[in-house]
Write a protein of this length. Structure first.
Length: 235
């Protein structure tokens, strides 16, 4: 009986050891594999932070690349601004219809082309420009028509011929075959937009002068205004 107690105690100790080992083994397994364990939550947090760092590095790289090309982009914008200024000389911001019609008639007379009728037709507006069309009925020989179109192409304004019809005039008996026909002539003008005012500073308006006071010059002397007598007799 006395020999059974040590064996029983050993069994109890080993049983307790196995129980403790099993408990800690399960706890360790849960710590390693459960998504809600502190270890795996920290791992997920680290992955999230690594993704954010990677995104930030990508944005920094893009910003660095942008700043490297910033001067080139500024030069390109200045070039575009210069081109816009040049275009505005040929495409004004308004169109004087009677003056343009007079130009057509004058150029036709210079080459001997007869203007039978001339009238403005449709006006088409786009985002940055407007297109005004004119219908021209003419009479003349083919060479006169060619020279007229060449002279119109050299006008200060942009001029385009979109459509034309012509046929021999009935009863031609001269040396040259005379033609009659119609030409659609188009010209353009620029429509100002909000982009034109980008970078333009508003005018500086001086503050109003209170009644009874005279504004002073940079030297400190008052500026005389009509109807305001000088203080102290002008001294």
């Amino acid at each position: 009986m006395g020999d059974d107690k040590p064996q029983l105690i050993k069994k109890l100790i080993w049983g307790l050891f196995v129980l403790v080992a099993a408990f800690y083994g399960y706890d360790y397994y849960t710590f390693e594999n459960s998504p809600e364990s502190p270890l795996n939550m920290k791992k997920a947090e680290i992955v999230t932070l690594q993704t954010q760092v990677s995104d930030l590095q990508g944005k920094i790289k893009k910003a660095e690349d942008f700043f490297k090309t910033l001067e080139a982009k500024k030069a390109e914008l200045r070039r575009y601004a210069g081109q816009l200024g040049e275009l505005k000389t040929s495409v004004s911001d308004s169109l004087d219809v009677p003056s343009f019609m007079k130009l057509i008639v004058t150029e036709a007379k210079k080459v001997g082309l007869s203007v039978v009728a001339l009238k403005p037709t449709k006006l088409t507006k786009q985002k940055y420009y407007a297109e005004q069309a004119f219908d021209l009925s003419f009479q003349g020989v083919y060479v006169q028509l060619l020279v007229f179109l060449d002279r119109m192409s050299q006008a200060q304004k942009i001029v385009r011929v979109d459509d034309f019809t012509m046929k021999p005039k009935s009863g031609n008996t001269g040396k040259f075959i005379e033609l009659v026909g119609n030409i659609e002539i188009k010209t353009y003008y620029y429509i100002s937009t909000a982009e034109d005012n980008v970078g333009v500073l508003p005018p500086v308006v001086p503050p109003p002068v209170p009644a009874g006071k005279v504004p002073a010059t940079p030297g400190g002397k008052p500026v005389l205004q009509p109807g305001v007598p000088p203080a102290n007799g002008g001294a």
